[in-house]
Design a protein around this ligand. Sequence first.
Ligand code: PMP
Ligand code: GLU
Length: 399
Amino acid sequence: MTPHISERVQALAPSATLAMSQKSNELKAQGVDVINLSVGEPDFNTPHHIKEAAKKAIDDNFTFYTPVPGYLSLRQAVSRKLREENGVEYAPTQIVVSNGAKQALCNVILASINPGDEVIIPMPAWVSYVEMVKLAGGKAVSVNADITQDFKITPAQLRAAITPATRMLLLCSPSNPTGSIYSREELQGLVDVLAEHPGIIVLSDEIYEHINFTGSYTSMASFPEIADRTVIINGVSKAYAMTGWRIGYCAAPEWLAKAVTKLQGQYSSNASSIAQKAAEAAYEGSQECVAEMNAAFRRRRDLVVELASQIPGLKTNVPQGAFYLFPEVTYYLGTVTPEGTPIKTSGDLAMYLLEKGHVATVDGAAFGMEGYIRLSYATSDENIREAMRRIAAALANLK
Ligand code: PMP
Ligand code: GLU
């Protein structure tokens, strides 16, 4: 027997968002002037008062292990936030703080999915969902919602996807990669179907809650019909520009929160004590920074949509939240580059845009939808203008 990599990890696809960003950084290191619209993270610095809280945490010796689910004071702050902002009740004992929303999601999936269990995932979806379900041995069941339905599934589609093996629905609103947001009425339609199936856990990824241009937000947990089996995923990465701090959480039924705590206690213990104190300051401090960043994202959304609309053949929706545009690019498939390379797939197109246009995007296929690319517009207006100019020029060269 030679040393080997487990089948579990062999079966995993690498994260396409992180891979594309890495490729763009490599080109930059070679001196190529690349604009990176691949990775999705706010370009703002973490607000001052949050950084100060972290420095104070170090000086006050918050440097020991914390309880596995996180400091009680942070879980109390999250519990209050959920009550006041979302109108939902989760006691601190129902909240588990993890290394980012990413670990929070993976924890919940690993703690509730058995081999063979089915997880319904509306597509396009963030790259890591399907892989996390695979890690648990579960089966991801895709339900496709393309641009003609603003990337949102209908109650009829949900009903048709449910089988006796369905254990979970994984919903993301505002959505990565499309920016679509389900309205309260649209969610109610899905909830009516879920109410008929009490065995299905609803995993609601609300990480982009605060990057929202509609002026209102409905949490999936606010529907009494399903509240006792709805798990909220959220965190500070996007709302407070804190991607590197790695603080996210699940708010779950108590039995599931306990299972998640047991799991996390065996493989990562608590999230960083210092980052937890910073997150507490984010929730307890002034929320002005959130509104300011939201306003900037809205302005950039308008800019990127306007510039994309001037490029022949690109079809876009008007994203209502998050910081992504997910244009349909099939108009350019079946063309060839000036060098004679065929562009057959959206992956070929994303690679061409990177290598010849020097703009990094992500292939829609990584999100489960061929024929699209994802642009993250969490960058300066100047970068957005220049990136869209380059994309337009590169696309105009395809014959
Ligand atoms: N969910 C979605 C939809 C995301 O886009 C991200 C960002 N990568 C995450 C969860 C994870 O966020 P983090 O781990 O940084 O909290
Ligand atoms: N949410 C970001 C993205 O989709 C971060 C990278 C990742 O974790 O996938 O690009």
